[in-house]
Design a binder for this molecule. Structure first.
Ligand code: ZN
Length: 290
């Protein structure tokens, strides 16, 4: 009897590992899956893969690129930029959403290929310069480490990044990483000026300790700050570090079908932020209760 029960538990455990495993690989399989590059609005373009978002802001004085992704993504990003008729080597400034390998592992390669200046929020600087080793949660996971990359300009909340006529504002939205950055800018489209928000990440990852975290003691307060900031931002164009945040695929199909306003989604933005805040509060209550 006991033997049968043990066998059953072992089978269940295996099934569980398999399920979790496939969920994970499903989520990551689209990281390196090519996606068509396209103009979102004004001088703002999508140049990311299906699962990892990259944005190109073009000016006659060169371009700003947001996120470098995995090293395997760099050729995809280059091809996307070139498919739009721009030069990869005209990327003058490289920015990131936050210092996790799926957004910053290719930074050293991109710096070498383009000579771009790398500008990173203060809290994430030690992480990118140590190649992920000083990350509060993933620093000991070899899979998530990458070539250490020198930062050329340290950013603080509210700092502006300017190139030609482009101006981006860095908003500190910490918790997911210490220097997690939400980028805002304005675009001119159809005679109107509109607000763009590129969300860094409001997500409490599996295993994140919100209570009694000795490595990152202020993590819960930082998430609180993030939700305050995100709720205060005016948003027409809702974008983020992963296409899944803002339903890239659905909106892209709508755009292709002729809906030029497909990516204007202020309500979707508010709903997303509210949903992520509820998830944070649930997790915080659970950890406080336990
Ligand atoms: Zn992340």
């Amino acid at each position: 009897m006991r033997h049968t029960r043990n066998l059953l538990s072992a089978a269940l455990l295996l099934a569980l590992i398999f399920l979790v495993g496939t969920e994970e690989s499903k989520a990551q399989a689209d990281w390196t899956e090519p996606f068509p590059a396209f103009r979102i609005a004004g001088n703002l373009y999508y140049v990311g893969s299906k699962g990892l978002a990259n944005y190109l802001i073009t000016t006659p004085q060169g371009h700003i690129l947001i996120n470098s992704d995995l090293e395997a993504n760099v050729p995809l990003i280059r091809a996307s930029i070139e498919s739009l008729g721009f030069k990869f080597t005209d990327v003058k400034i490289l920015l990131i959403s936050h210092a996790h390998y799926d957004h910053d592992a290719g930074s050293d390669m991109i710096k070498k290929l383009t000579g771009a200046k790398y500008m990173v929020m203060e809290g994430d600087v030690p992480v990118v310069e140590s190649g992920g080793k000083s990350d509060f949660h993933y620093g000991n996971d070899p899979v998530q480490l990458y070539p250490p990359t020198k930062v050329d300009r340290v950013l603080r909340d509210g700092d502006q990044v300017k190139l030609g006529d482009a101006v981006l504002t860095a908003r500190l939205t910490p918790g997911h990483t210490r220097g997690c950055t939400t980028w805002t800018m304005k675009v001119k489209e159809g005679g109107k000026t509109r607000d763009v928000v590129i969300v860094g990440s409001p997500n409490v990852n599996p295993g994140y300790k919100l209570v009694g975290n000795s490595v990152y003691p202020g993590i819960a307060e930082d998430f609180e700050r993030t939700f305050q900031v995100l709720k205060s931002l005016p948003c027409d164009y809702f974008l983020g570090a992963h296409g899944s945040y803002f339903d890239l695929e659905t909106k892209y199909s709508q755009l292709k079908a002729g809906v030029s306003t497909a990516f204007i989604d202020p309500v979707g933005y508010q709903n997303y932020v509210a949903d992520r805040e509820r998830a944070f509060r649930r997790e915080l209550a659970k950890q406080k209760g336990g």
